[in-house]
Design a protein around this ligand. Sequence first.
Ligand SMILES: Nc1ncnc2c1ncn2[C@@H]1O[C@H](COP(=O)(O)OP(=O)(O)OP(=O)(O)O)[C@@H](O)[C@H]1O
Ligand SMILES: [Mg+2]
Length: 504
Amino acid sequence: MPLLEMRDIVKEFPGVKALDGVSFTLDAGEFHSLVGENGAGKSTLMKVLSAVYPHGTYEGDILIDGSVRSFRGIRDSESAGVAIIFQELSLVKELTVGENIFLGQEPNRFGVIDWAELYHRASSLLRDLDLDLDPRVQAGSLGIGQQQLVEIAKALSKDARILVLDEPTAALTESEVETLFGILEKLRAKGVGMIYISHKLDEVFRLSDRITVLRDGRTVGTHAAAELSKDRVISAMVGREVGDIYPKPDHQYGDVAMRVSGLTVYDIDVADKKLVDNVSFEVRRGEVLGIAGLMGAGRSETLTAIFGGWQGRCDGQIEVDGIAKRFRSPKEAIAAGLGFVTEDRKRYGLLLDQTIIDNMTLASLKKVSGSFLTDRAKEAKAVSAQISSLRIKTPSAFTVAGTLSGGNQQKVVLGKWLLTEPKVLFLDEPTRGIDVGAKQEIYAEINRLAKQGLAIVLVSSELPELLGLSDRVVVLHEGRMSGEFSRQEATPEKVMAAATGQMI
Ligand SMILES: Nc1ncnc2c1ncn2[C@@H]1O[C@H](COP(=O)(O)OP(=O)(O)OP(=O)(O)O)[C@@H](O)[C@H]1O
Ligand SMILES: [Mg+2]
């Protein structure tokens, strides 16, 4: 008898049948991956399991150890041994790390929270995770990767028998990923069943016993991982052969669109600490410039500082179309023709409670110069064009952005910046959390934009993506430039050597 069985689950939202009869089983000690395109229904299925959508709001049955369960809420599913790490971070930023880990299950003595015990237990959980973190610091002060690991610690504190991980590695560094995988192996040995959702097929194949593919709210199939290949999984996900996902660039370069000289960015808290140190580069019209580097190399800080969004001190010169500029705010940068798809779509990119059309036209309405997009009809038409060219899966342009699947939210952010018709577009991890089929669309879009004469600066931690798209690659190591390569020269070995500081 399987540990978990989900039978014929149907879940509808207004205008969307998110799940249309999905069945799924999990054995004790099994590592079962759930894959599928953005909007396929993966997160929804897990929200049904964990009773974010309680019994009565879906059709079908959930069985644990062979008996039907009707959970009324997350508390019920948790006491039945289900723990879930959500795709979107859900820590309470104002509380400490320790308080977050034990939220709702605080150890107490004689009815009072036992703080000493709480922090003692939090410390030992964090130690098990190899996390050098003080459980007394505020969760909101941590970076995204660390917050994600705290979520994992929180799930582990519950001694779950069924652990659901929805895109847990999207914001982790390579060593954090290794730490996580080590923990998952230990849990597997203890008999915990794990459901793992990821767009990173390398991870999926490395860990899985079985793989289930979802498409449009239906199960395409469940197979032993050993019987599958990556190509087969990809074509099952998108329903067609995908072929080579990178476009063949044949860009014509024009004038220098943006030149950055001697950019130095200082830490916000520690005076004199340089996060970016004397970085200079230029990007031409029609060129895709890739910026490579490991986590912490200063890539996002470089883009943020140029864009006028850095809260601390920064020095250096910026020219756009040969004219010296200094942006005191992102608004000024937008007015001068810059656009920025940020890595953290929630932080700068998207208003979750607003519609797609309002989100997409936000940056272009704010544009000071030009009268692009003034009437609603024109606006709606432009937004519809983005929805179809980026293949955003949504009932309409008037759908609230927060109800879209994770990857589709990212596409809305991209569409929003494309509508500002920028001269220089910064893309920071533009395909994080995006499925292969949609990635291919976005790559083709980047290539098309470069062909039209847009200058593009791309940051990506996925080396194949960076090398597959860039005409030229600049490498940063600990805030300094440690290499520059043309498309022909840029091999993964050379770029990695520069990124790890072996070439200086
Ligand atoms: N609260 C909601 N209200 C309305 N529609 C929703 C809601 N949640 C999800 N949907 C819709 O249900 C479908 C499935 O979404 P889901 O989040 O399960 O996709 P996913 O497979 O997790 O995708 P991703 O890989 O992008 O995270 C999508 O079409 C989505 O827009
Ligand atoms: Mg999801």
